[in-house]
Design a protein around this ligand. Structure first.
Ligand SMILES: C[S@@+](CC[C@H](N)C(=O)[O-])C[C@H]1O[C@@H](n2cnc3c(N)ncnc32)[C@H](O)[C@@H]1O
Length: 276
């Protein structure tokens, strides 16, 4: 038998090499013991059974081996929504909230907008839009059946009813015209140096092809045909891909092309409107 304080100390030490180590130690001890952070901090002298301590230490080992905390906890907060996260989906990233923000602004003045989220993964983007705009009809498009099942589970759990899920390749499942098409597609090159650190997330969610621009190029070529007049296509991309994506949208004859930067100051989302 040990105490909460000693167990926290052990996990903090094990995760000391990680930027968010101290906070992650609290999350993992909390998950293993089934109690919230405030209680852990308030009662460091509480006894912990051997079984709970072993469970917390095992979670820390997995974290140290690179598994994302969101996968260990089975959930991640995005746009204030708690999403289930498994190894079938990308862990939603905070910078993707920029895509949601731009999307919501684009449809602010439009009643009953039709929206498509291409490559929905956990459903983060499409569910955030659908949750904010109950009049929107949002389609979650995903090629991976396992990922789409996670997105559907999230929609159900969150009680978001104005979404439909469609299995398929980028724009293939789209029908008719949309006021807003959003995508955070895979945009890493097959030899990207970051990949070894992302080994626990699906490769199909990360790698686009030899150069990294392949999925963005396919979406930029196919999505404009499904935009309503004045409709917006917004694509998340890597910090060094802004210029390439602006060129792709220009080639697709979209207007008002611009790139927004994330909180770190990196070019992150490029968008354009169908003018005709
Ligand atoms: C970077 S993840 C984004 C997940 C989620 N939208 C988010 O932002 O957290 C890209 C997603 O695109 C999906 N995907 C990859 N190729 C696809 C294709 N050809 N058609 C549809 N979805 C695809 C992957 O399975 C993955 O879920």
């Amino acid at each position: 038998v040990t105490t909460v304080g000693a167990l926290l100390g052990a996990l903090r030490a094990r995760l000391a090499h990680l930027a968010e180590g101290p906070r992650e130690a609290e999350l993992l001890v909390g998950a293993a013991l089934g109690v919230g952070r405030a209680r852990l901090i308030a009662y460091p002298e509480s006894a912990v059974t051997e079984r709970d301590a072993q469970r917390a230490l095992a979670l820390a080992e997995e974290r140290a081996r690179g598994r994302p905390v969101a996968q260990l906890l089975g959930r991640r907060e995005f746009w204030s929504l708690e999403l289930e996260v498994t190894e079938a989906v990308l862990v939603p990233r905070p910078e993707t909230e920029l895509l949601v923000e731009l999307g919501l602004a684009a449809i602010a003045a439009h009643a009953d907008p039709r929206v498509a989220d291409l490559g929905a993964g956990s459903g983060a983007i499409g569910l955030a839009i659908a949750h904010e705009r109950s009049d929107a009809r949002v389609e979650l498009i995903e090629q991976s059946p396992a990922a789409l099942a996670v997105a559907c589970g999230n929609a159900r759990r969150l009680g978001v009813a104005n979404v439909v899920a469609k299995l398929g390749d980028w724009c293939a499942p789209l029908v008719g015209r949309y006021e807003l098409i959003l995508a955070n597609p895979p945009y890493l090159a097959a030899d990207d140096a970051a990949l070894p650190g992302l080994a626990h997330e699906p490769r199909a969610a990360l790698v686009a092809g030899a150069t990294g621009i392949e999925a963005l190029a396919r979406i930029a070529a196919s999505a404009p045909a499904y935009l309503a007049s004045g409709g917006l296509l917004a694509l998340e991309h890597g910090a060094d891909q802004g210029e390439a994506v602006r060129a792709l949208l220009a080639r697709a004859s979209l207007g008002g092309i611009a790139t927004a930067r994330d909180l770190a100051g990196h070019e992150r989302v490029t968008h354009g409107r169908r003018t005709g």
